[in-house]
Design a protein around this ligand. Structure first.
Ligand SMILES: NC(=O)c1ccc[n+]([C@@H]2O[C@H](COP(=O)([O-])OP(=O)(O)OC[C@H]3O[C@@H](n4cnc5c(N)ncnc54)[C@H](O)[C@@H]3O)[C@@H](O)[C@H]2O)c1
Ligand SMILES: [Zn+2]
Length: 374
């Protein structure tokens, strides 16, 4: 029992497709036992990327072997570019070449890229195979591994082709995060903060007090990831196929996506989580400007972003940026525009976000002009 004491469990109670998310240190070494307990007699294909292959793959393979699970490994190049049709075909071929059946399992070991690609392959091989997520980035542990969305990118845009395919199990090894580059960890932390800012003010206060331990590792890290998974799972259970309620998860993302587009998706200038960080600060500042929230709340959010080393102002992005009109175009492209108004996630204060449906374009433009560096 002592061994399992520090493992947190979050249940995702989807009818007929319920699954557990286990969160804690050294779970990679227990992956075989956890998978064998849920999928007896299974064989596995591990999909991972080259960064993980040199670090954590051997631990996972040893754990599967110990539990009698025969496994092959398929390694993809790291990075967003791997979410394409060619890599999808390669992954599908690898699973078929290993002669896996429907009741066998595809295991994704990696960040959101590997999870989205491997999950898509698992969702279409033999019309849907078992799938297990072993997320290794903070973003994947708190966001992409939960909820069953899978997919790849095309020339028409990101994540435009994919399926909903829920995993049978998610194993979030919190010590595997120790090898994640610090910038990637911070970027994932923006999504953790987001759950507090949406509707969990006590969680936000917990993060303000405990963020150092979340970054350093320790029980607060597992607690923060578990609380984030609980928040995401709640939304997923209410709206599995994303017809409405998932909108609040876009807090900070409308501004954030526009900034990512404006920097040409150049990860050296801005990674997704950094865009979300600035976006959350902007959403709070804009809410204060619209007299929906107190400026003190915006200041509080900014103070926490600054404490953890995340950006909070557009001016912190290196290099040239387009003007306010152009940024507004990016926002309008991202969102449906109805007669001169835009939909944003705004807030009445920390942990009190809401969907604002008719935000006047002119107000956003005036606000962006104030926010841009001269
Ligand atoms: N399906 C969903 O619901 C959902 C939700 C949010 C994001 N996403 C997708 O997730 C992707 C982003 O995920 P990401 O940020 O994890 O990117 P990623 O998978 O590219 O991982 C980021 C980098 O960290 C490396 N890495 C991962 N874990 C590591 C570890 N433990 N040690 C060392 N290096 C490690 C990876 O190799 C990669 O270079 C995007 O494609 C996005 O569209 C999907
Ligand atoms: Zn995000």
């Amino acid at each position: 029992m002592t061994q399992t004491a520090e493992i947190e469990k979050v249940e995702v109670p989807l009818p007929g497709r319920a699954y557990d998310i286990l969160i804690g240190p050294d779970l990679l070494a227990r992956a075989g036992a956890e998978i064998a307990a849920r999928l007896p007699g299974t064989r596995a294909a591990i999909v991972t990327d080259a960064n993980l292959a040199g670090r954590h793959l051997a631990t996972l393979q040893a754990s599967l072997a110990e539990s009698g699970i025969a496994a092959v490994a398929h390694v993809v190049p790291p990075g967003e570019k791997s979410k394409n049709f060619v890599e999808l075909q390669n992954a599908v071929d690898a699973v078929l070449a290993a002669r896996l059946e429907r009741n066998d399992v595809v295991v994704a070991l990696g960040g959101g890229v590997v999870g989205d690609l491997a999950g898509f392959a698992a969702g279409i091989v033999r019309r849907g195979m078992n799938f297990v997520q072993v997320p290794t980035s903070l973003l994947a542990q708190v966001d992409s591994s939960v909820g069953g969305k899978t997919g790849i990118n095309t020339g028409h845009g990101k994540n435009l082709v994919g399926v909903f395919h829920q995993p049978k199990l998610v194993l979030a090894d919190t010590s595997a995060l120790d090898t994640l580059p610090p910038r990637e960890f911070r970027a994932g932390y923006a999504e953790v903060m987001k759950y507090g800012l949406i509707d969990r003010p006590d969680f936000f206060a917990f993060l303000e007090t405990n963020w150092r331990e979340v970054f350093a590792g320790g029980p607060a890290r597992a607690r923060a990831i578990a609380e984030s998974c609980r928040a995401k799972a709640d939304v997923v259970v209410r709206d599995e196929f994303e017809t409405g309620d998932r909108a609040l998860l876009n807090l900070g993302h409308t501004f954030g996506h526009a900034l990512e587009a404006a920097t040409g998706y150049d990860g050296a200038r801005l990674v997704h989580g950094e865009g979300v960080a600035i976006g959350m600060a902007l959403a709070h500042r804009f809410s204060a400007r619209m007299n929906l929230a107190s400026p003190d709340d915006a200041a509080r959010v900014e103070a926490h972003l600054a404490a953890v080393g995340l950006p909070r102002r557009i001016a912190e992005i290196e290099g040239d940026l387009p003007g306010a009109e152009r940024l507004l175009d990016y926002i309008a492209q991202d969102k449906k525009v109805t007669r001169g108004t835009l939909t944003f996630i705004l807030t009445h204060g920390v942990g009190r976000s809401f969907v604002a449906r008719d935000v006047p374009r002119s107000e956003v433009l005036a606000f962006l002009r104030e926010q841009l560096p001269e």
